[in-house]
Design a binder for this molecule. Sequence first.
Ligand code: MG
Length: 260
Amino acid sequence: MSVRAAGAVTLKRASEIDRMRAAGQILAGILDVLRADLRPGVTTGDLDAIAEGMIRDAGAVPSFLGYGSNPPFPGSICASINDEVVHGIPSTRRRLADGDVVSIDIGCILDGWHADCARTWTIGAVPRAVGNLLDATRRGMEAGIAAARPGNRLGDIGGAIEAVAHERGYGIVRPFVGHGIGQSMHEDPQVPNYGRPGTGLRIEVGMCFAIEPMFNLGGDEVFVADDNWTVRTVDGSLSAHFENTIAVTADGPQVLTERP
Ligand code: MG
């Protein structure tokens, strides 16, 4: 059992963080395979089938499959293409094409402990502006992670992410945020991708967060499409999403969803 910090935020023991890291390493390995499979003509349904098979072969359970209601999410990954921000539904009818920007989000549960991560990749050649958007979103994630140190506050994470987005005037997706993670995929606290440094919940050793900025080439605004899942930019601009699950330790943040 995890102990409770102020509010409903759970603190994880080192042994519990080890179990989350084991889940995270499964995801890191799957993302390597998916990345190698990206090419024009591959469907997002193909990628989903590969991911689900690898999760189950590793003795884990896909955490996205069946999540929620209205309707339950039907995939083990989210695959969001171009102006789709997050929560795109994988489909054998959706083929990747040259020039596409595809965000893959994946989560699993191993022995009751969750990990959650996302990457955005491009298919073939893309304009420099697109590469810059992806680089900035990854840097935003890394800046947010670097701020997840004991004694800092949640606003330091969001403020660090927001500062990276503002360097080039990218839109920041505000209705969807990072989150605590542990024995549930979504735990308290919410971890916004914007904020005022020095404000908010104090970060403690043992907190685990999914830090996941979404930046748009255009404005901030997004909407949920008719499938009740896919989030898209209102102005049709391209969007990127990077996410890692991290643990706050006395030595600083530890990323659980990348290979050491
Ligand atoms: Mg997440």
